[in-house]
Design a protein around this ligand. Structure first.
Ligand code: PLP
Length: 219
């Protein structure tokens, strides 16, 4: 299958899941996760009309996205991987959305950097719904307080919550927990669901799904 076919396949599965969930058509945003793929592999997705992309490494993104952004208007780039403080300046400069605000230190660094650059990427707080020690994210019990700190004390534009459920568990309860936390925090957006479970995530209220291998092929 060609990339365009795989992309259209994902789009139609999203549309069907929206319909099943009684959600308005087009209400779920597709982030095409292009990590590990180079600019030549990404161009067919641009040609097929995809404009929203996700990357998990700042440095890798700097190698391909400034060029692609100059070729094509309206690209929206999401950072979906962990952000180190020493990469915050580059991340604020390049990304339109940073989905991985996951600790107080990075929240402070982002607030300073956004002021310095007078640039405000939209932000999501990453929640470690499975409390996995190797995974980034705020603990569910600390999420409401952390979002309040980010928004009210630091003035950060927190739009939503993001999670990556444990690989070996049924993701449904994790999606449900993220949706509940978003209501508790008063944020509207939910970034959840990947190639294997984006339809389930939509059933639980995802507003953004992050799909990589189903579009670009195996990494
Ligand atoms: C790689 C990645 C994805 C996409 O995963 P696929 O299974 O390839 O769809 C989504 N979210 C995050 C945070 C990722 O790192």
């Amino acid at each position: 299958m060609e990339l365009e076919e795989r992309l259209n396949d994902v789009r139609s599965h999203i549309a069907a899941a929206e319909q099943r969930g009684g959600r308005p058509e087009g209400s779920v945003q597709l982030v095409a996760v292009s990590k590990t793929f180079d600019a030549d592999a990404i161009r067919p997705a641009l040609q097929a009309g995809q404009r929203i992309f996700g990357e998990n490494r700042v440095q890798e993104s700097q190698g391909k996205w400034p060029g692609l952004k100059s070729e094509m208007a309206d690209i929206e780039l999401h950072l979906i991987g962990p952000l180190q403080s020493n990469k915050a300046a580059e991340a604020v400069a390049l990304f339109d959305v940073i989905e991985t605000v996951d600790r107080e230190k990075i929240a402070h660094v982002l607030a300073d950097e956004m002021k310095r650059q007078a640039k405000a990427p939209r932000l999501y707080v990453q929640v470690n719904t499975g409390l996995e020690p190797q995974k980034a994210g705020i603990a569910p019990d600390d999420t409401v307080e952390f979002v309040a700190l980010c928004r009210d004390q630091l003035g950060l534009p927190i739009e939503g919550l993001m999670c990556i459920p444990p690989a070996d568990e049924n993701p449904g309860p994790h999606f449900a927990l993220l949706a509940k936390l978003a209501r508790d925090c008063g944020v509207a957006k939910l970034s959840m669901g990947m190639s294997g479970d984006y339809e389930t995530a939509i059933a639980f209220g995802a507003t953004t799904v992050r799909v990589g291998s189903a579009i670009f092929g195996a990494r």
